[in-house]
Design a protein around this ligand. Structure first.
Ligand SMILES: Cc1ncc(COP(=O)(O)O)c(C=O)c1O
Length: 403
């Protein structure tokens, strides 16, 4: 087994050391498989952290992107961008929402959401609007989104934080009702439907319905960060759809472009007209290449029935893990939905990242103790069984011999 210091060696003297990286570089991929520069093959259980929705080098996506690159990569938001309207209309149809703003990443989508919430408050005469956020939440690493994030490690060293956030525990409706009494300036509730970086922790269906009701009763915006759990990963287009609710604001990113950088914030009627000309913008946001990637991703997901695949293959993966890890001491819980699965262990398990890579499997470890699987939505049942066959013995071996 690799020693931890070898795993996190950084043979990149000119790259800022903001990441602890495994000492391997990927050269190419096909479907759910990737190869490193030494020719070693890996089963990709991570998909670039929920990004490669269609796996690697998808035979329908690649020619479409070639076609777009040949036509126009970038124009400018000074002009009409027909592909923006095409993608916005499709996303709104799938989400039951009204309009979209396009940007380039998850944190940017969340920044737009936060600006919408604040301006929504100002438009109502609330000068110091407050936004309800959550313990263990993750919304990004800009100053505003790290302030909304509920993780002291992410915030350490970057104070003063942005004010105007009030924090509650997840899945505790009484806590949010109680908070409402002392905080007349609340304008929005902002949460991940399944907390990703926080350890694959789902909001319950009852809680989501409660929060929708509370927002309606009080005139607050319900803003659901679906950057990680959205885009079909749970077996529905958006994870909140399992609760039969519709948010007022929904940031998206990651899987929307199948690897081409993209972000979007969708708004329903309560929020659709909050931002007007001059209120928000970004040079790259909504460029034709990213928009084409989004349009084609949605088309291919539909054509290939990948929502149903995510649900069915996710069940195979989860059932397999539950079967193989049943009764194993040190496995606390297996949770998640569809192809977003977390396995919580009783102890920190970052070392499993390197051990899994050695065994030919890509995965992630988050919140110190949670092994996280976020494979492409094209994963097959056989590949799911292969993940179980590699991972279950690794977990057992790790729990028996953590060092
Ligand atoms: C729920 C959620 N929101 C926002 C972000 C930030 O996205 P990005 O890294 O694209 O800025 C992430 C990234 O992991 C995320 O999981």
């Amino acid at each position: 087994m690799n020693a931890p210091d070898k795993l996190f060696a950084a043979p990149e003297p000119h790259v800022m050391k903001t990441y602890g990286r495994l000492p391997l570089a990927l050269s190419h991929g096909r479907g759910c498989w990737v190869w490193d520069t030494d020719g070693k093959k890996y089963l990709d259980g991570l998909a670039g952290i929920a990004v490669n929705t269609l796996g690697h080098a998808h035979p329908k996506l690649v020619p479409a992107l070639h076609d777009q690159i040949n036509k126009l990569i970038h124009s400018s938001n000074y002009y009409l961008v027909p592909l923006q309207e095409q993608l916005a209309a499709k996303l709104c149809q799938l989400a039951g929402m009204s309009n979209a703003f396009f940007c380039n990443s998850g944190l940017e989508a969340n920044e737009a959401a936060l600006k919408i919430a604040r301006k929504f408050g100002h438009d109502k005469g609330i000068e110091k609007p407050e936004i309800v956020v959550y313990e263990a939440a993750f919304h990004g690493r800009s100053i505003a989104t790290l302030s909304a994030t509920g993780n002291a490690k992410v915030q350490a060293g970057f104070g003063p934080l942005v004010e105007g956030f009030v924090r509650v525990p997840l899945n505790d409706s009484a806590a949010i009702e109680k908070l409402a009494h002392g905080h007349p300036n609340i304008v929005a509730v902002f949460l991940e439907v399944i907390q990703g970086e926080g350890g694959v922790r789902p909001a319950t269906i009852e809680y989501l319905r409660d929060v929708r009701r509370i927002c309606d009763e009080r005139g607050w915006l319900l803003m659901l960060d679906e950057v990680q759990c959205g885009m079909g990963r749970t077996g529905k287009w958006f994870a909140h759809q399992w609760a039969g609710i519709v948010p007022d604001v929904m940031p998206l990113a990651k899987g929307l472009g199948s690897g081409v950088p993209i972000g979007a914030v969708l708004c329903g009627p309560k929020a659709a007209d909050v931002l007007g000309p001059g209120n928000h913008g970004t040079t790259f946001g909504g460029n034709p290449l990213a928009m084409r990637a989004g349009v084609e991703t949605l088309r291919i997901v539909e054509e290939e029935g990948l929502l149903a695949n995510a649900a069915a293959v996710g069940a195979t993966l989860r059932d397999g893990l539950e079967r193989e890890l049943a009764g194993v001491e040190g496995v606390i819980e297996i949770r998640g939905q569809g192809l977003m699965i977390g396995i919580e262990l009783e102890r920190p398990c970052g070392a499993l990242l390197g051990r899994a890579a050695e065994a030919g499997l890509m995965l992630s470890v988050t919140a110190d103790r949670v092994i996280r699987l976020l494979p492409a939505l094209i994963l097959s049942h056989d590949e799911a069984r292969r993940i179980v066959a590699i991972l279950a013995p690794l977990i057992k071996e790790f729990l028996a011999h953590p060092e």
